[in-house]
Design a protein. Structure first.
Length: 93
C-alpha cells in the first residue's frame, strides 16, 4: 500500500475538489437496478456508487470502467478519500 503523501492523486485534495453528488444519498446503479447498498462513495466526476461491502460494488466498477482514480466516502461523519491506483487512503480537509 502506498503512502498517501506519495500519491499524486490524493496530494492536496480537499472535499471542495469534489462536485455535488449526482444522486445524494443513493447509489446511481442500485437505484436503476432496485437493489440495496451498504455505504456510498463519490467519484471526483460526481458519480455515486456503493462500497465493496454492497452486492453491486458499483464504486469499484465505476473505477474499472472509467479509470477515474479517486473516490471519497460520502457517509455522515466520514471524511476520507481513496486512490484505486495506489490503493491508499487519506483524510480530506
Amino acid at each position: 500500500m502506498a503512502d498517501a503523501k506519495q500519491c499524486e492523486h490524493l496530494s492536496g485534495l480537499t472535499a471542495k475538489d469534489f462536485p455535488p453528488p449526482r444522486t445524494p444519498g443513493a447509489c446511481e446503479e442500485c437505484l436503476a437496478e432496485g437493489t440495496k447498498w451498504v455505504a456510498l462513495r463519490e467519484c471526483r466526476c460526481g458519480h455515486v456508487g456503493c462500497c465493496d461491502s454492497s452486492p453491486g460494488r458499483h464504486a469499484t466498477r465505476h473505477f474499472k470502467e472509467t479509470q477515474h482514480p479517486v473516490m471519497r466516502s460520502i457517509m455522515p461523519g466520514q471524511n476520507w478519500d481513496w486512490c484505486y491506483v495506489h490503493e491508499t487512503m487519506a483524510t480530506l480537509d
